[in-house]
Design a protein around this ligand. Sequence first.
Ligand SMILES: Nc1ncnc2c1ncn2[C@@H]1O[C@H](COP(=O)(O)OP(=O)(O)OP(=O)(O)O)[C@@H](O)[C@H]1O
Length: 243
Amino acid sequence: MANKKVIDLKDIWISYPESSNFSMKNLLRLRKDEVFWAVKGLNFEIYKGEVLGIIGRNGSGKSTLLKLLSGLILPDKGEYKVYGKRPVLLTLGAGFDAELSGIDNIYLNALYLGHKKKDVDRDLKEIIEYSELGDFVYKPVRTYSSGMKARLAFSIAVTLDPEVLLIDEVLGVGDQQFKDKSKATIMDKIQQKRTVIMVTHSANLVKDICDRVVWIHKGEQMEVGPPEEVVPKYLEFMKGNKK
Ligand SMILES: Nc1ncnc2c1ncn2[C@@H]1O[C@H](COP(=O)(O)OP(=O)(O)OP(=O)(O)O)[C@@H](O)[C@H]1O
């Protein structure tokens, strides 16, 4: 691919402290290994304008990888480079302050994402309209349902138009009508040749919209390549690996 590289991962390893992983299976394993490695040696690049899918069974390390890509965590080992602006996780809303109103949180999140106040002033109406929160935007975020919070986070991220979009099963945000709208918006971004990195369990979605796929299993990189090569191998593997 002749395109510009926007992200580079070289031999990335990510662990969680043993005390924070309470499952019995992991505790038994941790006694031997001391730390739990959620991501073990990922190596791939992401290019401008491509749609990259990340697939893998539950617990394979996909969300951990997204946390790294969005700058929430650092790798324990390896080299992670972003060329240009930091990627933005669409459904995050991690920076919401529950006591502040939706509007105040729009400013808070947008500034955190590196936008200027005057840009938010300009886009505020659009963000509010997109979120469909109505008068709730004046109320504290603690009064919102989880779907409403997700809608607000999605609206902020999508309206402010980041260079690299990170999507964590986003098509599950809100009710059916909002799901359809968010899907249409993402398809629009894809048409505009934005870089999109998408975690999903849907092999069909990957086949339909991704240019390349990274398949992770138990933190390890199994395959990277075009969906027509990787997805059949993944599905075949899953048939024999139901656990
Ligand atoms: N905060 C944490 N502390 C300890 N272990 C964690 C933490 N978050 C995730 N893990 C463990 O790391 C591994 C990878 O988890 P991760 O959430 O990245 O997987 P995933 O592929 O996104 O799973 P899913 O498809 O179920 O969302 C799992 O074994 C999980 O139990």
